[in-house]
Design a protein. Structure first.
Length: 135
């Protein structure tokens, strides 16, 4: 029996794999960029300040593709699980579950829980997963 617990946010995913004889801990780092729009022509003579157009749609589309790549790498890392548990402080775990439901139904069927969990240290993540699976 191979149980995997994943604590994830948009920066990284901590993967705890529990088998009958061992426990492993891996971290998968995402490449999702933080988007902070900055614009402006820098001219101080403009009547109402800088009037440059910031193209949000271009950045949002790039972010969507970065999430898809991150989730694909995560599916590759956890695909051999018998049971999965997803934890995370924000909506990323829910987004990952939705991606699994839409594109990876065999992996989605293994998910037993999607639960909110605050930011944790590595040892706290290990304990959370061990407690959830009763090891």
């Amino acid at each position: 029996m191979k149980n995997i617990g994943v604590w994830l946010d948009k920066e990284k995913a901590h993967i705890v794999t529990l088998t009958k004889d061992s426990e492993t801990f891996d971290t998968l780092v995402s490449e999702i960029e933080n988007y902070r729009p900055s614009g402006g022509s820098g001219t101080k003579s403009a009547k109402w300040g800088p009037q440059d157009v910031v193209q949000d749609s271009k950045f949002l589309e790039r972010k969507k593709h970065q999430y898809k790549a991150y989730f694909k790498n995560l599916v590759i890392a956890i695909g051999a699980a018998d049971k999965l548990a997803l934890f995370g402080p924000a909506e990323t775990a829910t987004m990952f579950k939705k991606e699994l439901d839409e594109h990876y139904p065999l992996v989605a069927a293994k998910v037993t829980i999607v639960k909110k969990a605050d930011s944790m240290t590595d040892n706290q993540v290990k304990k959370l997963v061990r407690d959830f699976f009763g090891n």
